[in-house]
Design a binder for this molecule. Structure first.
Ligand SMILES: Nc1ncnc2c1ncn2[C@@H]1O[C@H](COP(=O)(O)OP(=O)(O)O)[C@@H](O)[C@H]1O
Ligand SMILES: [Mg+2]
Length: 384
């Protein structure tokens, strides 16, 4: 296990101790899977989908009864890459089971046999294949499904950023996958995704192959009182003191968005000395430090935008939550050009995932970026 010096984790999953809540969601996930159903999880990026899946993978009810596989297909663009990723994940996960497993894997998935190599130094089997060497990805996928279905234990496959398949170069990939999944008796699936409209189109449009094929979970922010208790407990175990009120301020500033609040408490925990009591000033410093760490990234993001895009972005950042963005009032207030230019720029910013819209309320997607923009181009944010 990873050596933990700070209990507020900002990447990956460590263990129960550093994982806050998600009890209901874990129960629902486990119940859905153990009853032979598939699940889709939707939430904004960094809310905790991957964490929730990893957390459930570690629970005995799942870990003892299933072979668990996890792939994040955000960076894949076609079926070849998908097959590569899934094949490699299955291989790497089950490899510790020994030679018999390796032999069986490559005899069922014979089309990936060229990937079988022995490590020059350790002599251990490795999965090593160029994407270009996967000649018939659809056939390899057939074989992978045969393998999963013939495994001695049921299999659970989690596919993160699943909406990406809608962008694959092959147009029939949804139909192909759906057909395989439909016939699975030994394998369950979790599909997680952060682009809500794309995910909803995949699972709720009549015309799409995955229509109504899953239970749906919308993952929301962890509830404030539960998170407060989590923070106080971890500060307390290192003899650091933080009031409910101060935790609440951070929670509110980021509306409970998991990764952002974890980041701030990670920093706050680091700069608070053992025996010390947290103050508002320390919180302000933590927020400032974390945002500053991303400044080069934010600057480069900005430099890639057009003037029109930047104008509307500043306006949205200033408002925090912007409504009626094409109205005459909004345009006048923020000195924008015209309703149609705003519309065009908004669409481009949405496509780039720089802003989000929920019921016609617009917000900067990355909450640190949003706050940074207000300090650079506005009067700044306030934690008070
Ligand atoms: N329940 C939780 N308790 C504590 N930290 C969490 C929790 N869920 C997520 N995190 C933290 O937030 C980060 C972002 O979560 P992640 O699961 O990667 O989000 P998503 O998959 O929705 O983009 C994780 O790296 C982890 O550090
Ligand atoms: Mg994720």
């Amino acid at each position: 296990m990873r050596e933990i010096s700070n209990p507020f984790i900002t990447s990956g999953y460590v263990s129960d101790d550093f994982f806050c809540d998600r009890e209901k969601e874990s129960m629902e996930l486990t119940k859905t899977i153990t009853n032979g159903n598939n699940l889709a999880i939707i939430s904004p990026r960094r809310m905790g989908k991957t964490g929730l899946i990893q957390h459930c993978f570690y629970q005995p009810e799942i870990s003892q009864n299933y072979n668990c596989f996890f792939i994040d297909i955000y960076a894949t663009n076609n079926l070849k890459e998908f097959v590569f990723m899934l094949g490699k994940e299955i291989f790497e996960t089950l490899k510790p089971n020994g030679k018999k497993f390796v032999d069986n894997f490559f005899s069922v998935i014979s089309s990936l046999r060229p990937a079988f190599k022995l490590d020059i130094i350790t002599g251990a089997p490795t999965f090593d294949i160029g994407i270009g060497e996967i000649n018939e990805p659809a056939f390899s996928l057939d074989q992978i499904f045969k393998y999963l279905e013939s495994a001695e234990k049921p299999c659970l496959v989690a596919i993160d950023e699943f909406q990406q398949i809608a962008n694959y170069t092959e147009t029939n990939i949804e139909a192909i996958l759906r057909t395989h999944i439909q016939h699975c008796k030994n394998t369950s699936f979790i599909f997680a995704g952060s682009q809500r409209h794309l995910m909803q189109n995949i699972f709720f449009s009549h015309s799409r192959p995955f229509y109504q094929s899953v239970s749906l979970m919308q993952l929301n922010a962890i509830k404030e009182p539960v998170y407060i208790e989590f923070v106080q407990h971890h500060f307390d175990s290192d003899d650091k003191v933080i009031s409910e009120e101060l935790v609440s301020k951070v929670y509110q500033l980021f509306e409970g968005h998991t990764w952002y609040i974890q980041n701030i408490f990670n920093e706050l925990y680091a700069i608070t000395r053992t025996g010390e009591t947290c103050t508002l000033e320390l919180i302000q410093e933590s927020v400032k430090n974390r945002i500053a760490a991303f400044e080069p990234l934010f600057q480069s993001t900005l430099s890639l935008l057009t003037e029109r895009q930047k104008e509307i972005l500043y306006a949205i950042a200033k408002e925090g939550k912007a409504t009626a963005v094409t109205s005459a009032t909004f345009i006048k207030k923020h000195g924008l050009l015209s309703s149609s230019s705003v519309q065009t720029a908004i669409k481009q910013l949405l496509d780039k995932e720089i802003i989000t819209s929920e019921n016609n309320v617009y917000q900067v997607y990355d909450r640190f970026f949003g706050l940074w923009l207000t300090t650079v181009f506005g009067t700044g944010y306030r934690v008070q």
